[in-house]
Design a protein around this ligand. Sequence first.
Ligand code: R5P
Length: 285
Amino acid sequence: MRLILPMPGNEAMAQAIAQRTHVELGAIEVRHFPDGESYVRLMRDVAGRDVDIVCTLARPDPQFLSLIYAAGAARDLGARRVSLIAPYLAYMRQDARFKEGEAISSVHFASIVSQFFDSLVTVDPHLHRRNSLDELFTIPARAVHAAPLLADWIGRNVPHPLVVGPDRESEQWVTAVAQAAGAPHVVLAKQRLGDRHVVIETPDILQWRELTPVLIDDIASSGGTLIEAARNLRNQGFVKPHCVVVHALLGDEDYARLLSEVAGLVSTDTAPHPSNAISVAELLA
Ligand code: R5P
């Protein structure tokens, strides 16, 4: 029999999945000792059960260790299978050694997850130089895709859209969203100069100037990519673009900065954020 256990902060998503799948919902207690070490306790008997632990990894470093302890505890306590439902899967972007000495975090992260879990499901992982999760994880790992949900939001909210991807990496999402929304699409060219600094070049897209641009990306982190893309579009005479992303990881200041440049930001609820307007619970269920 299955059991869904949310890590703290994931209760709403776990409940939405549990309701849709008619699976029992349990709880995990996590607190910190005075020295900062994590204390983890499973609040249901897991013996002989298939346990799904729900944990988005939008703030991975404070969340990951207690998640690993929860998975280890489930296994120690006799769970038949321990699976991870990670609406947002962290550490996928550092997928190469760009400078000498750098850790290829995605590989090490995947290795730890593969040791502690029997399977994984996530929404639109950032796979750029890897073709699939199977190249990183040694457990069955499945990605589900939010493109139809983003297209549906655009269809209901933006008349005459032009779907725009800020960089080559976004092409996979942009093409799928544009097709589903029945809209034309263009992809811009981005060069990353630093964590928060990108430059973007826009091809000649004046033929679409009467359309409303909708910027699509998998992740908004600092918001720098969307801001730079929005400025480029404005310089070409377009109205302020809407932004629709899968994973909104921005802090308050970056969010405010982005909102001053665009018509608005809409995201899925893979990471809790004020811009959440599209639920992936059904997709994950
Ligand atoms: C990277 O290629 C991703 O697809 C996003 O474009 C990137 O993570 C966005 O980061 P930021 O919001 O910091 O520009």
